[in-house]
Design a protein around this ligand. Sequence first.
Ligand code: SF4
Length: 283
Amino acid sequence: MYLIREFDPWHSKLCTCPPKLTFNPYTGCDHMCVYCYASSYIPKFFNCRPKKNLILRLKREAAKLKGEIISISNSSDPYPNLEEKMGLTRKSLEVLSKFNCKIQIVTKSNLVVRDIDILKKTVSMVTLTITTDDDEIARIIEPRAPQSSMRIKAAEKLILEEIPVSVRIDPIIPYLNENPEKLIEKLASIGVKHITSSTYKIKPDNWRRFSKAMPEIAEKLKPLYFEKGEKVGRYTYLPKTLRFKLMKRIGDLAKKYKMKFGTCREGLSYLNTATCDGSWLLK
Ligand code: SF4
């Protein structure tokens, strides 16, 4: 099994990402987000573990790269809590930076700033997921990920070091974080150039965790998803009219603050004003 693979988000027909590769230094993730999608595909997901013989295998595979975009990571976070001790993502970046590729880091961790020195040596960008600017809400829905305020500081530091940053405000959950104007205004003020957003998509395991963590909001969401919502593959989505309203509001805010905007797996790509995943920032 190759470590570096074609990016294909679980065969979603709604994905509008440009062709790119993906690489996960770890299997699983220890940030324990209640809404996590990857947990339904990967056994023992929250028991985060390193990939076997990672660096040796990566060196072999990286030698064949021909300038592709590598997104790190998509079915885990490259900076789980384990990374501080193990440093596998740092070692992987050291390897990749010597070969012909463009690196897009996708993370919820401020630990990424530790690796600015390597990111500066190659064509790179960082996509930080910041679901809400409320640390208290983030603690409930992303219990073991670094606080949102620390992620915002990390974005600021990266931009100061001239590493482009896009932010995923994702997932958008009605009654919880549906109007992120304050957050978008803050992100624009520190120099973030692109926002990607997407609504919460229910799978049985993430819904169990979400209902336990946020029972009152889950009660209000039930009719929206289970009576008026729609099935897309194995996910239950909000009704399209509501998804349009939520995504349009964020697109309009991005425009107001002079940022580009992309939706993710919504079937609303006509709202996008740039490559959905922000990879246009890779120069
Ligand atoms: S950081 Fe991403 S991969 Fe990790 S638990 Fe949260 S949603 Fe899942």
